[in-house]
Write a protein that binds this ligand. Structure first.
Ligand SMILES: [Zn+2]
Length: 263
């Protein structure tokens, strides 16, 4: 057993032996990473600083956007806006944001915004993409978080996207006879090594984004249809300070990291 300091988890029949110490700061950038998000702009709000740090370090990053944000109206949305017009704006905004961050490829699955569900169809689609791009690390949200503070109900699309993403990682992507039709497409199993959950209430890993907070802001500002006249800079700085405080960093993005296998 790698970590004898932890109390064995009674009643858990299968448990990873890859124990790592808690409170890891800036582990090495992976060679290949994939983020899986529900909406355009989710990635920029949550993990843009990390991606902006990893891309120049050589990480090949693929962004998967499950919906194209057709329900993203707010007080800045013109009265004559339609969902189709929004999609036509938001995909280019996401592409521009990805360019700022150094993302290599962006994939839109075009599921309906606001009505995302945990379906086998979506799990198969995500499994296909994971097998195609072979990421070491998959980044997504934490599907177990129902509430943030006392004023934000975690969006059902966020929970569904993260939940299906985890099921696509394990067992679907790495198991030969789950979605056998993918074998016929020339996509053999691929084992993702690590899953990083943003927005987790049990973080154990931090990325110092003091050098990339400005890039994160610049990427978020590409989502002009959503921001309107709002300047998100102080909110991003506050979030980064709050996440970094636990490990004495001035600006960080925090994650719960699951280590499924070692490369
Ligand atoms: Zn969202």
């Amino acid at each position: 057993m790698a970590d004898t300091s932890e109390t064995p988890a009674v009643g858990v029949p299968e448990r990873s032996q890859f124990g790592e110490p808690r409170h890891v700061i800036d582990p090495p950038a992976p060679l290949r990473a994939m983020t899986i998000q529900a909406h355009p702009d989710d990635q920029e709000f949550t993990v843009g600083g990390t991606l902006a740090k990893w891309a120049p370090a050589g990480t090949h990053i693929v962004t998967v956007c499950i919906t194209s944000g057709g329900a993203g109206s707010n007080k800045y949305t013109p009265a004559d806006m339609t969902s189709a017009k929004l999609v036509a704006m938001r995909e280019p905004e996401q592409l521009a944001a990805c360019k700022v961050l150094g993302v290599a490829e962006t994939v839109f699955l075009r599921y309906p915004d606001g009505a995302l569900q945990h379906t086998l169809e979506l799990r198969r689609d995500l499994t296909r993409i994971i097998r195609r791009y072979k990421p070491e690390v998959v980044i997504t949200g934490d599907p177990t978080v129902r509430f943030y503070g006392s004023s934000y109900l975690n969006h059902p699309d966020h929970r569904a996207a993260a939940d299906v993403a985890l099921d696509a990682v394990f067992p679907s992507a790495g198991t030969r006879f789950v979605f056998e039709e993918l074998l016929a497409e020339g996509l053999p199993p691929h084992e993702v090594q690590q899953v990083w959950l943003h927005g987790s209430q049990q973080p154990d890993t931090w990325i110092d984004i003091s050098g990339t907070l400005g890039t994160k802001l610049a990427a978020l500002q590409q989502h002009t249809s959503q921001l309107g006249e709002w300047d998100p800079s102080s909110m991003l700085a506050t979030w980064a300070a709050e996440q970094g405080a636990a490990v004495s960093l001035t600006a960080a993005e925090s994650f719960r990291r699951m280590i499924l296998s070692e490369g």
